[in-house]
Design a protein around this ligand. Structure first.
Ligand code: SAM
Length: 289
């Protein structure tokens, strides 16, 4: 079978083993920066396949480190903009840029402090293996973007497995809560695969998993703030009936009645659509004065 020349990635240049790159540039993993590097080329290629074919696509990578995942993304034919906070990694990334001329732009800085929509441009796929605290903060930021559909076409993010499960959890799961509702309101969220802790150098204490999200169309008339306040109140007392947990939130109990949800139910039994319907009823009642 002949590869389609429009979508097939270009031939890959020969690159030195990642272990050599790390040793040559003295990139001992920094705990403070949450550095756990991936060196297995097959695993890195597998992560780079999660967003779909990348030939000719733009990718925004957060935290490239020594560039293992960056190699896989470039090898798949992507045009990559990468932001890295650790200046020690910049010479290794510059070498990688030389091997893929005009395909890699590296920004030295903090991903939490830059305007990534302007840097990456509309339609970029976001791919990252990040320290978990930074990853969750960025995920929430990307999901709560005020403009929808957002600038990103998809998110492919490595998380602690327990956090990944909270993102994709369904009604009645122990992991079902605020993060699941935010993620599944705004996106179609799937757990792509789990990654054993031994795949990282150094290995973290827990297992990891790659999560894939693509933006979902938004039902009109629901404010992010209302969803957040509603789920905070409901899951603040997740074992209590809604009539108790939502008592203090103005308009919430009336909205349950409007939507036809039994106030004797508990938060974890409500689907994402039901939360959205309650939030919409609260907003409508407020707008009506
Ligand atoms: N992508 C590489 C890999 O898969 O082997 C490195 C992953 S390592 C878990 C996380 C990387 O994110 C490190 O290179 C670290 O320096 C970088 N980093 C941590 N916090 C960051 C931030 N706020 N902004 C940009 N990069 C950050």
């Amino acid at each position: 079978i002949l590869a389609n020349p429009d979508t097939a990635p270009p031939p890959r240049p020969a690159l030195p083993p990642l272990r050599d790159v790390i040793a040559r540039h003295g990139l001992s993993a920094s705990k403070a920066l949450g550095q756990n590097f991936l060196l297995d080329g097959q695993l890195l290629d597998r992560i780079a396949r999660v967003p779909g074919p990348l030939a000719g696509e733009r990718v925004y990578e957060v935290g490239p480190g020594p560039g293992g995942l960056t190699r896989a993304l470039l090898g798949a034919g992507a045009q990559v903009v990468a932001v890295e906070r650790d200046d020690r990694c910049l010479p290794a990334l510059a070498e990688l840029g030389d091997a893929f001329p005009d395909r890699l732009r590296v920004i030295a800085g903090d991903a939490l402090a830059i305007d990534e929509a302007a840097e990456a441009g509309t339609g970029a796929h976001i791919v990252a293996n990040l320290p978990y605290n930074v990853g969750t903060a960025l995920l929430v930021r990307w999901l709560t973007a005020p403009v929808w559909p957002p600038f990103w076409a998809s998110l492919t993010l490595m998380f602690q497995k327990e956090v990944a499960e909270r993102i994709v959890a369904k009604t009645d799961d122990d992991a079902y809560g605020r993060l699941a509702i935010l993620a599944q309101w705004r996106a179609k969220a799937t757990l792509a695969f789990t990654v054993h802790r031994s795949a990282f150098v150094p290995p973290p204490k827990v297992m990891s998993a790659v999560v894939h999200l693509v933006p979902a169309p938004q039902p009109a008339g629901v404010a992010i703030g209302t969803i957040e306040a509603l789920t905070a109140a409901a899951f603040g007392q997740r074992r209590k009936m809604l009539r108790q947990s939502l008592k203090a939130m103005p308009g919430a109990l009336d909205a349950l009645a409007v939507v036809g949800i039994d106030p004797a139910r508990r938060a974890e039994t409500l689907s994402v659509d039901e939360f959205v319907a309650v939030a919409r009823a609260i907003d409508r009642a407020r707008a009506a004065g």
